[in-house]
Write a protein that binds this ligand. Structure first.
Ligand code: URA
Length: 315
């Protein structure tokens, strides 16, 4: 198979898997297939969004992706990957700040996964159930020895924000700058997150920003299941205290961990999941956007959805 045929087979498979946001510099699968001559423009009905997903799971890595043909690189499908080679057609210049307003108001919110029950004590067995403020919980986190990560970290990074913040952003784990400063999302990815929030008229003071892990894994390696288990009660208690109206899961790791699924991020986006009754929206990690600007547009759509849910009286 020549390169063109392989690319075509790959895109067709992506499309069959329901992944229309596998973009090559802002080109959708549909557009790329049309450019390759594989689709007549308008001849194929647009793909429907995947309906409510209820896949039980244990969390896991974005690398577990089905059905990618051999010899076809998976870069375009993973957050960690560099941008793929240029598409055969000029891509629009999409900036988070200037993307056009979408007429979302009339559309029903697409429902996604449901984790936990609303209106209960969120986390009955939580060892920190009696820690009643964000500040007190931060102190506990700063002294945490529940997993070995405290030994290699410089500072714990409990999270920034206040009780009652409408939006809670949840990332993966502190990086080097966060470890140095003790604050979440303060490096390059954090600066982009600030801009992303600005695109929906929010400042960092309006939101609570936290991570699944509160200590940095050495060398930014992936968190282990044991570390996640040890650290989860902190995030859960933060959610319970803050009571955000919307949770924004940043990236595959946070999304799959919170939603307890291995479903790829591309299929978790674009719908409103429920995390113990709290609406949860999934988007790409800002660090992934820095490497792949083509994900700016889908991210812009995701945060518009978050804004819409925040503004909705019927959350
Ligand atoms: N990446 C994350 O997931 N969290 C941070 O705080 C910084 C970078």
């Amino acid at each position: 198979m020549d390169a063109r045929a392989r690319l075509r087979a790959y895109l067709e498979q992506r499309r069959e898997l329901g992944e229309d946001e596998y973009v090559l510099d802002s080109m959708s699968v549909e557009q790329a297939l049309s450019a390759l001559g594989a689709l007549q423009t308008g001849a194929v009905a647009p793909r429907q969004r995947v309906p409510a997903l209820r896949e039980p799971g244990t969390g896991g890595s974005a690398a577990d992706r089905p059905g990618i043909p051999p010899n076809i690189p998976t870069q375009a499908s993973t957050e960690e990957a560099p941008a793929p080679s240029p598409p055969p057609q000029a891509a629009p210049d999409v900036r988070l700040e200037t993307a056009p307003e979408e007429p979302m108001v009339a559309r029903k919110l697409p429902e996604g996964l449901v984790v936990g029950q609303p209106n209960g004590t969120l986390f009955e067995e939580n060892p920190f159930a009696d820690v009643s403020s964000i500040t007190a919980l931060a102190k506990v986190i700063e002294e945490c020895t529940r997993c070995p990560l405290y030994r290699t970290a410089t500072h714990a990074v409990p999270g920034d924000g206040r009780k009652g913040a409408g939006l809670m952003c949840v990332g993966e784990a502190p990086g080097a700058t966060e470890d140095e400063t003790g604050h979440p999302f303060v490096g390059a990815a954090g600066q982009l997150l600030t801009k992303i929030l600005g695109a929906i008229q929010l400042t960092r003071d309006d939101v609570f920003i936290a991570n699944v892990l509160k200590h940095r894994p050495p060398g930014n390696r992936n968190p282990t299941p044991d570390e996640v288990r040890a650290c989860s009660p902190y995030l859960l208690r933060q959610i319970e205290i803050v009571r955000p109206r919307v949770i924004l899961a940043l990236g595959t790791f946070a999304a799959q961990t919170l939603l307890d699924t291995k479903t790829p991020i591309g299929k978790l986006r674009g719908m409103v999941h429920r995390y113990f009754g709290v609406p949860l929206i999934v988007t790409y990690h800002p660090a992934a956007l820095l490497r792949n600007p083509a994900w700016k547009r889908p991210t812009w759509e995701d945060v518009q959805l978050a804004r819409r849910v925040l503004d909705s009286p019927h959350r």
